[in-house]
Design a protein around this ligand. Sequence first.
Ligand code: C2E
Ligand code: CA
Ligand code: CA
Ligand code: CA
Length: 275
Amino acid sequence: AKMEGRGTCRSFEPGMDARLQERRQLEAELAVAVADNQFVLHYQPLHEAMTSKLTGFEALVRWNHPRLGLLAPSEFIHLSEETGVIDALGEWILRQACSDAAQWPLPVKVAVNLSPIQFKQQGLPLQVAAALAASSLMPSRLELEITESVLLAHNEHTIETLHSLRDLGVGIAMDDFGTGYSSLSYLRSFPFNRIKIDRSFVSLMCESSESRAIVKAVADLGSTLGMTTTAEGVETEDQYRLAKENGCTDVQGWLFGRPMPASELAAFFEAPHAL
Ligand code: C2E
Ligand code: CA
Ligand code: CA
Ligand code: CA
């Protein structure tokens, strides 16, 4: 119940109190979860649009929580960023993804999401180099996905870090393009080799000619700038067809496969032309 006026003490409101307690508990659990090996990576297939050939997998982290079961990133990534746990978690994700991918047949790649917080660390390029060395994964088989928020604080450090990463030989993708603070100048100023077009545009392509026009414009721009373009969140055959017709070079989405544990990927290697 909401209380107003004099005598109000919001912390006595049961709902608030319970939420705060749950958050504190989750925070404490999160602090030990990396060391306790509670995270797992699921992998979602990435396909070349024209041929539907498998090209790689995107690593998507889940928390195998002892009390709450398998948690999606939306339930803990933000908290891990606020508490600094993302440093250790991010390093674990990089190392695990590289060592998983080193077991896959050539030339299947792995894409790893980076939090903007990880990106601020001075040691990120070294951390990536160490993960590659430890797994013996060829740098060209790793692609790092960053969102526009990394570029908002657009400064010397950002540009230097991106170039150091490119110098290692890894790919860099601009994730969720079209959401947030997209700016075309980002594409010119930073060394991306891929643009991932956000699912919100892809899912509207069938009913909205505006969405189709945006997808086509981004794909054309990518092609002019020498970047590949991935349509994210392709769920239907119609969306797949429109992604191809409008120039996307790659596709990802439930039509091709949901994120799954590493142990289930073998079927994809045996049937690379899954469609
Ligand atoms: P994202 O990088 O944009 O990842 C794609 C998200 O869309 C994934 O959600 C995936 O399961 C979902 N998805 C893929 N295809 C489809 C589709 O056809 N339809 C629909 N409705 N959804 C689809 P997920 O795994 O819940 O991850 C959500 C976000 O959490 C990611 O968005 C990414 O921003 C973040 N995240 C995930 N894993 C990591 C990680 O290892 N590190 C960091 N820093 N962030 C991560
Ligand atoms: Ca991503
Ligand atoms: Ca995305
Ligand atoms: Ca997203």
